[in-house]
Write a protein that binds this ligand. Structure first.
Ligand code: ADP
Ligand code: ZN
Length: 521
């Protein structure tokens, strides 16, 4: 049976999609789906997730349901599949009654191989009733990170998916995402009740991307100079607001670059034109809000600039991931200012409490990334739960290393603080404990009585926060997956407490003097 599947999959890969071989884990993932097992796929954008459910759907009887959050994405995939001669349809709010009836009819007749459904449509009673009558092969959940409140792209209706799948019978599920920190991953599996799923996680390392962060100071001048160094090459400049997009596109045009804006406020036709102009290389630089890029597959994007500091490392990783798809160099430049972080925090003011708290955590992670002088790739990969044991040699921090210091004593102090507080506290509390901040929490736990209390009062609070982050990064500490924010000792941390050794940490960047000037720009 397995061997047969293998042959069939390969044949269809060539026959329908015209590809000679599978990429990465694709084949193993498809086998897993065909065996009827729950499957969890974490693979970077552009690695080929879609095929992982499209092909198994084609070689099986019945219809596979594909749940996808974006109507544009859905339409894109269905169009592509139809062009390959595959029977695929979508069910969403853009369809008329007649169209809906036709889709239902073809699905019930067993002709539709893939049925794309928006989560809002899935939860409608009449659709559930129809789906219970159809012969469903399996369910694919694309962009599965939308299930998690701890991620950057939470969609409440995604949390209802599980109960609906259960009503359709005992169906195998394949969940896919391009971004999942260990916490989000756990949350997805729990919510979908697929803790038993086989996990296929590919490396998130994009070797050909160069990561750089610069203080947000004389940003326009810096941008123009940067763009001149890449003149004639394709690039994306992300800005936070529509207004900024317009302004920066104009700035680049005035300076002789072929640039165009892209944001949701533009007339759809103009937006399409600008996107096409970028794809056809009539325009070199697209200046855009983060609305741009979903499903865009331009291989030779040579640079991605974040003019404003992004909201989360997830978003940052996804957006920079649009650079260098062809395997050649992509320069990822981000302008950072703590003012941006504060502005973004203000935007969240009116959100529900949990959402606001989560956004704040994501923003703090962003700030630590930008301010740290540790290898960028190491930080990014660690954030996504991947061990990367060396410095990459291909990021700004690796090429221009900042001052290092002997950290034996410092790390001992940090680990003792965790140990003496029974591994039940987070970064802020631990730093305050070591630094000797006398606040109500410290006092209410009598932590000012502990041996480690105030042993680091010579250094500022930020110094200790930076040290604790490095203890995390180098895996002496780990985040407690059950209790958000809590830090625990790893076996490596335990070993260090018993037998400390020499090692070096780096001081954070100090951008504080740059903030003021940015405001006056
Ligand atoms: P993702 O969903 O992971 O971002 P896609 O599924 O959109 O990625 O795939 C990215 C591109 O790679 C698409 O153009 C797709 O056709 C192509 N692709 C996927 N699998 C293969 C393969 N085995 N061989 C060649 N190209 C592939
Ligand atoms: Zn590096």
């Amino acid at each position: 049976m397995l061997v047969e599947n293998k042959d069939v999959l390969r044949e269809r890969l060539k026959e329908i999609f015209g590809y000679d071989q599978f990429r990465g884990n694709q084949e193993a993932i498809m086998q897993n789906v065909l065996e009827g097992r729950n499957t969890f796929v974490i693979m970077p954008t552009g690695a080929g997730k879609s095929l992982c459910y499209q092909l198994p759907a084609l070689v099986q009887q019945g219809t596979a349901i594909v749940i996808s959050p974006l109507i544009a994405l859905m339409k894109n995939q269905v169009d592509q599949l139809n062009a390959h001669g595959v029977q695929a349809h979508f069910l969403n709010s853009t369809l008329s009654k007649t169209e809906i009836n036709r889709v239902k009819k073809e699905t019930l007749a067993g002709k539709t191989k893939l049925l794309y459904v928006a989560p809002e449509s899935l939860t409608k009673d009449e659709n559930i009733e129809f789906l219970t009558k159809a012969d469903i092969s399996f369910v694919a959940i694309d962009e599965a990170h939308c299930i998690s409140e701890w991620g950057h792209d939470f969609r409440p209706e995604y949390r209802r998916i599980r109960s609906i799948i259960s009503r359709l019978g005992n169906l195998p599920v394949i969940a896919l995402t391009a971004t999942a920190t260990p916490k989000v991953q756990q949350d997805i599996q729990k919510n979908l009740q697929m803790e038993d799923a086989d996990l296929f996680k590919s490396s998130f390392n994009r070797k050909n991307l160069y990561y750089e962060v610069r203080p947000k100071k004389h940003t326009k001048k810096q941008l123009v100079r940067f763009a001149s160094q890449h003149k004639g090459k394709s690039g994306i400049v992300y800005c936070l607001s529509r207004k900024k997009v317009e302004e920066i596109a104009e700035l680049l045009r005035v300076n002789g670059f072929k640039a165009a804006p892209y944001h949701a406020g533009l007339d759809p036709q103009v937006r399409m034109q600008n996107q096409d102009a970028f794809l056809n290389e009539e325009v070199d630089i697209i200046v855009a809000t983060i609305a741009f890029g979903m499903g865009i597959d331009k291989p030779d994007v040579r640079f991605v600039v974040h003019y404003d500091t992004p909201k989360s490392l997830e978003g940052y990783y996804q957006e920079t991931g649009r650079g260098g798809r062809d395997g050649l160099e992509g320069h990822c430049l981000m302008f950072y200012s703590y003012n941006d972080i504060l502005k973004l925090e203000k935007f969240n003011k009116d959100k529900p409490v949990t959402e606001r708290d989560n956004s704040k955590v994501l923003l703090q992670e962003m700030a630590s990334y930008a301010e740290s002088s540790v290898c960028r790739r190491r930080q990014l990969l660690h954030y996504f739960g991947e061990s990367y044991e060396k410095d990459c040699g291909f990021c700004d921090n690796c090429l221009n290393p900042r001052e290092k210091y002997e950290a034996r004593e410092v790390l001992s102090t940090v680990l003792q603080a965790v140990d003496q507080t029974d591994q039940r506290f987070g970064l802020q509390h631990l730093a305050e404990l070591i630094h000797g901040t006398e606040n109500q929490y410290i006092l209410s736990y009598s932590h000012n009585q502990l041996p480690v209390w105030a042993t680091g009062s010579d250094e500022p609070l930020d110094y200790w926060k930076s040290a604790i982050r490095q203890a995390l990064l180098y895996e002496f500490l780990e985040k407690d997956i059950e209790n958000i924010g809590v830090l625990k000792l790893t076996p490596k941390g335990d070993a260090f407490l018993i037998a400390p050794h020499s090692l070096s940490f780096t001081l954070d960047h100090d951008y504080s003097t740059d903030e003021v000037e940015e405001e006056n720009e």
